[in-house]
Each structure stands twice: as C-alpha cells, then as structure tokens.
Design a protein around this ligand. Structure first.
Ligand code: GLC
Length: 721
C-alpha cells in the first residue's frame, strides 16, 4: 500500500502547490520571462502622471527616479567611456570620497581604436560592464564617437579617430560588449561636437553630404548594428537648434529614419527649452541644475512639463513614448534578471585592460631595429620625462576614473627589468616648472644621458586643461613645457634614444630625424606602464595602427588650413566638408608625418596578389576581395589588413580612397593567412544631397589593400555596371 500512496501523495501535493503558485502569478511587468514590450505596456498602464514625469529627469547628479510604488528601480548612470567616475555627493559635482568605488581604469578609447580589433572592443565593453553591474549602474556614458576634425580638440582622446568606418566598427563591438552584461551603453555626443571651444553655445553648420558620410555613420551604425540602448545629445547647436532637443537630429533622423527605440539622454546641462525638449525627442534630462531637491523640480521635463500636460499643451501620447523608452531600458538592464555577477577591479579586469593597452600601442619608428631593447646589451637605462611618473587616468574631465591603481611607465619599466639593469630617472621637464627650472632640468637630464647605455624618453601631452582635456581645446600643436628642446638635446648626446609618447592627439615633431625609435602609447589606463614595458622589451610585439593622421604641421589639417576651426564664437562651419583627415591630405597631396593606419611590427608581413571574383558587377552583386598575408619574419605578430575603395569617376568629388574594411590577423613566423572581404554596393556609394540618399554610381573603381592608407600593397580594378 505504501508503495502506491507515496507517489500519489507527491503528485497531489505538487499539483496543489502548482495551482496556488499559478493563482499568485506576478504582474506581467515583474515577470522576467515575459517579452520586454509586454512588460513595458503593463508597467505604463499602472503609472500615474506624476510617476511618468518623474522618470524623465534627474533627481540627483547621476541618477533618475524609478517607480518606488511598483518596485521599478532607479536609473543609475556613470561616466565615462574608459571606467567609472568617482561617486559624487548626490546633488553636486563634488567627489563623495567613498572608499568603495575604486575600479579599473581602461585605456582611452583612442587606444582601443588603435588596436583595430573589434574583439577587443567587445572585451572592453563586457569587462567594463561587469564593473558597472557590481556598482549597480545600469548605464555607462560611453562610447564617445565624435570624429577627429582637428588635432586641437581637447577631447579627441575620448573618441576613436578620423575615419567613420573604423569608428563605427569599434564602437559597435564596444556597445555589444557592454550590453551583453545588460548595462546600457550611451553613444555620444550626437552630433557634430568636434571641438571644446564654445561647445555649449556654438552653432555647428555642416552640409548634408558631410553629415551622412562623416559625422552620422558611427551613430547610425551604433543604432542599427550595435542596437545601442541610449544616445547622448551634444551640447552644441546644429543648424541653430540645441542638439539635446533638435527636431531634425532626434525626431527625423534618429527615431524616424534610423528607428532608434532607446533613450535620448541630454548632455548634462544641455537642455535649454521646455517646449523643444518635450516635442523634439528628448527622453531623459540630466544635469540641468543641481543644489537642492527643489532644483530638480525646475528641470524642463519636471514641473514645467507636468504643467504643460495638465493644461493640455502637451500630449499624453508623447509622454508615453518617452516613458516607454525609459522603461524599456530598465527592463533591458536592472529588471532583465539576466545581469551577470559583477566584478570590481579584479585581476581579470586588470588583465583585460592591460591586453587592450598592449594591442593599442603603435610603433611609429624603429630605425635599425633598436627596439625591442635587449637587456643583455646594457647596464644602465635613463628614463627621462614627467610623463614617466604621471598618473593620467584620474583627470581630463568627465572621463576621469577612480582607478584602483595606475602603473606609470617608470614603474612598469623597473618592474620588468627587475635588478638586471640600473634604471634611473630624470624629470627633464615638469609641467609646473618655471622656465629657469626647466632649463636646469633639461641640462641635468642631458648630463645624465652620457652615463647611460640607452635613454627612454617619456613625454607627450597630459590631461591638464589646454592639453588632452574636456572643456578646453589645445592652445598649440607643439609639445608643451619645452619638450622639443629637451628631446633634441638628448638626441645630440648620440645615445640610443627611444621616445614613448603619451597623448590622445598628434603633435609637431621637429626632432623626428634625430630619434631612433618612436612609440605612441596613448593613455593606457591602470596597466599603462606594464603595457609599455612589455612592448619596449619585446614581451609583446606591437600591432597598433594609427586611427588618425599625424600631421607634420597644423596647417596641413583641412579645418585649420581653411580657418574653419574654431569658428567665430557663435558659429563654426565645416567648410572642409567630407575631406577630413587622410581624405584631405590625399586630396591636397600633403604627406603626413605618419599616415592613418600606420604602425610597425617587430616582424615583417608579405602580401600576396589582390584577387577579386568579378571584373564587372551590377549594383546588386557582391564583390569578394582576397589576399594572402604571410609573417615573413621570425617573431609572432599581428597585422591589420586594410581595404580602401577608390572611385575613379564620380559626379561629385570623392576622396582618393576610403576605408571600407579591415581585418587583424595573428600569425606565427612563416604562417600565411587568407583574408577575404565581401563588399556590397554600400562600400562603393556616396551620399548625394541632390536626391537625399546614398548612390552607387556606375563606373570604374579600385580596391586597394594596404598595411596603412599610404602603404598600399596591392590593388585590383573593377567596373560597377
Ligand atoms: C559632460 C560631458 C559628457 C558627460 C556628462 C556627464 O559635460 O560632455 O560626456 O557624460 O557631461 O558628466
């Protein structure tokens, strides 16, 4: 009997519990197995007018209300693109001085771009996203994707270079990485925010074709391929209207043409008009006014909006669209129930940060292969330069990171060489020194060089206002603090001289013919010094490529040459049009100091013949381009194979070449990889403002394969019918 009763009892009890369980079903918006859109509609239907409006504006410096009555959590945002900013006192921009918010400093995005490796973009985003989850943030305010229009822009270090295709590919990989942790990325700053001078008031004037070919692609790709969940409006005006509530940008293009279903966040303090904010597509207003609880009621999308709704001056449909977008982001993030366990400044995060820093380092020059340095050849290394010891991750504006630590270059070098070699340091220059002091520092460094076997100079820019810093543009294209004289003085000693430059922008190089090796190391984050040492001593074979052109002089840059930067304080007109970066240089036949896509290796790569599968194709066909690449040296290394398209005849002026594909291949000595690209008509098209769309014009084209934009290793011609 017992044998029968037992199973029966179990079944009966299970059914009863199941029935009770069903009877107590959770509301749809809390049901994590329900489709997001169903959860959005259910939550929306339960919210009061006041609760809806409260969702749309900040209630503290980096956050906005949820719906406490329904258990819908708050939105917690964090700067910046390369790691979390310190927690702030709730209604100020003052650091809270907490002991629990130290984190990993990842490399600046210009360094990520220099890796030309979308796998690292994904790794970067996923790694950073896990730290955000640990600190309960559901939106990170990055990536920044504004195009380098001039090397004078103080914020270029936060962005990904001068080419829309490279920026698009790297941004998409970063966004997918962040959002794989169910944290929202917030691509910024939309749009044409390419200088800091007058950034909150200047009216930017750009023609339609230039918008679509240069300044829109990274945002459009972020939306349509990256599926980005948030976008940040820029401070400046476009065509006379503030970007944070610009009808053309936000309603017509972003939400209309591109189908963006996420949240439009204002830059902090970038909202200036209630009616425009309501009607032109702003969804989440941040940073307008701080200081007290009442201050948050004064936000345009707070009480003023509530009054417009109550008086019937604003529609409920419009309100519900904004609320849906913010709810959707909450259900995609905190309420998804699918966030991973967070990590904070773990060995894993630090190792991932270091890997990106190592792969982003660009070897610009290496005469007589003096790099990598061989420790058995030397007994004393002199390191010169303030940047050898300067912490960079904790300043520069809103992208500042409360890094748990930052290994500076001198520490990285000392740790790497251990006690096998003497490593001495001379400042050579100090950013706060008087000219007299700089003179004596320079003389001391040059004297010390005579007793060293090799000199490693670590200089460049820093994150001070006027250098690589938000809010202010650079005042000079030259290196600051009399570095040029110092470098020339060190070169004159005749000692082997290796330059390691820390910066996010290019700079004049009057000494370039006097130095043996030049390494562009960017801002490498927590493991910057380790990454630099690994490259200098050959543990890592450098594989970075320049994401923007290094001009010989500032007059070689289109915007500057035309006097089209920084504008007259009221308006800036992009009169160079689509000819930005290498597009300008090649149009004018100007040699760069170092070309877009340039970067050397400790090994060599040989390219085979470029092959295409058709000599003639129709606009609806695809074209497959193949090339073999061989590591012909004796060290493992990585090469970035770059594909450029040139349109031989076109009804509108086109650049000599445009980047339309790239692939990073890792090869052992002697190994060959077969690389192929499948191109469609979008790769051959240009934007025709006459018909307001992209057109692929019939005619002859060249497909070029290169190791940089100026080092073309092969080409093939075809005809588009
Ligand atoms: C800043 C920046 C933006 C940042 C925001 C919050 O002024 O322009 O990139 O995310 O405000 O600090």
């Amino acid at each position: 009997m017992n044998d029968i009763v037992k199973p029966f009892t179990v079944i009966a009890v299970s059914c009863f519990l199941a029935f009770i369980g069903k009877a107590q079903t959770v509301p749809v918006y809390q049901d994590m197995s329900a489709p997001v859109e169903d959860r959005v509609e259910d939550a929306l239907s339960r919210m009061t007018l006041e609760e809806k409006v409260a969702l749309l504006h900040a209630d503290r410096s980096y956050g906005a209300a949820g719906v406490p009555r329904l258990g819908i959590p708050e939105n917690d945002l964090t700067d910046g693109p390369s790691g979390m900013r310190p927690e702030m006192v709730w209604q100020t921009w003052a650091h809270a001085g907490m002991s629990s918010d130290s984190c990993t400093a990842y490399p600046a995005l210009v360094c990520l771009a220099a890796t030309w490796n979308p796998d690292l973009g994904y790794l970067f985003g996923r790694s950073y996203g896990r730290e955000a989850v640990y600190r309960s943030k559901n939106m990170i305010l990055g990536p920044g994707v504004n195009i380098f229009r001039t090397p004078m822009n103080g914020r270029n270090f936060e962005y990904m270079g001068e080419d829309p295709y490279l920026t698009s590919e790297m941004a998409v990989s970063y966004i997918k990485g962040v959002q794989s942790d169910h944290v929202a990325a917030c691509v910024k700053h939309f749009a044409v925010n390419n200088q800091e001078t007058g950034r909150t008031t200047i009216n930017t004037v750009v023609d339609e074709r230039t918008l679509h070919e240069i300044y829109f692609p990274a945002f459009k790709t972020a939306v349509q391929e990256g599926g980005v969940w948030a976008i940040m409006g820029a401070y400046n005006k476009f065509d006379g209207q503030h970007c944070c509530h610009n009808r053309y940008l936000l309603k017509d293009v972003l939400k209309g043409q591109w189908g963006f279903d996420g949240v439009v966040v204002s830059d902090f303090g970038g909202t200036h008009d209630t009616k425009e904010a309501v009607e032109n597509g702003l969804d989440l207003e941040m940073g307008t006014d701080l200081g007290s609880v009442e201050a948050f009621r004064r936000y345009k999308l707070a009480d003023p909006y509530l009054e417009m709704l109550r008086s019937g001056e604003a529609s409920m449909e419009e309100l519900d669209d904004k609320v849906r977008r913010v709810l959707r982001m909450l259900f995609r993030t905190k309420m998804s129930g699918r966030q991973p366990w967070g990590l904070l400044a773990s060995e894993t995060n630090m190792a991932e940060s270091r890997r990106i820093a190592e792969e982003g380092i660009v070897l610009l020059k290496n005469d007589a292969d003096i790099l990598p340095l061989n420790l058995s050849d030397m007994s004393r290394i002199l390191v010169v330069g303030e940047n050898a010891c300067r912490i960079m991750s904790r300043s520069g504006g809103s992208s500042e990171v409360k890094s748990k630590y930052e290994i500076v270059p001198l520490e990285g070098i000392r740790t790497r060489v251990k006690d096998s070699v003497d490593v001495i340091w001379q400042p050579g220059y100090m950013s706060d020194a008087t000219p007299e002091k700089v003179d004596s520092l320079r003389k001391e460094a040059i004297m010390a060089a005579h007793d060293a076997d090799v000199v490693i100079y670590v200089g460049g820019l820093n994150k001070e206002p006027g250098q690589d810093c938000e809010g202010v543009d650079r005042q000079s294209f030259n290196l600051p603090y009399m570095q040029d004289e110092l470098i020339s003085g060190l070169a004159a000693t005749g000692k082997e001289l290796v330059l390691v430059m820390i910066s996010g922008n290019s700079y004049a190089m009057p000494w370039i013919n006097d130095v043996h090796a030049l390494v562009q190391a960017w801002y490498g984050g927590s493991e910057a010094g380790s990454a630099i040492a690994a490259v200098l001593f050959g543990d890592v074979n450098p594989s970075g490529k320049l994401p923007f052109s290094f001009h010989k002089s500032i007059g070689d840059c289109g915007a500057n040459a035309l006097g089209a930067y920084p504008g007259d304080g009221k308006k800036v007109e992009y009169s160079e049009g689509i000819f930005v970066g290498y597009r300008w240089l090649e149009k004018k036949g100007i040699e760069p100091r170092f070309a877009f896509g340039h970067g050397l290796s400790y090994t060599d790569f040989k390219y085979g013949k470029v092959r295409i599968d058709h000599k003639r194709i129709s606009a609806d066909d695809s074209l497959t381009v193949s090339v073999s690449v061989t590591n012909s040296g004796n060290l493992p290394g990585a090469e970035v194979v770059q594909l450029y398209i040139g349109d031989k005849v076109s009804s509108l002026p086109r650049p000599v070449k445009e980047l339309k594909g790239f692939r990073k291949v890792f090869l052992a000595p002697g190994q060959t990889a077969e690389v192929s690209f499948v191109l469609h008509k979008d790769a051959f098209s240009f934007y025709d403002p006459g018909v307001h769309r992209w057109v692929a014009e019939p005619g002859g084209f060249s497909v070029m394969i290169g190791s940089s934009s100026s080092d073309i290793r092969g080409r093939a011609d075809f005809v588009l019918e």
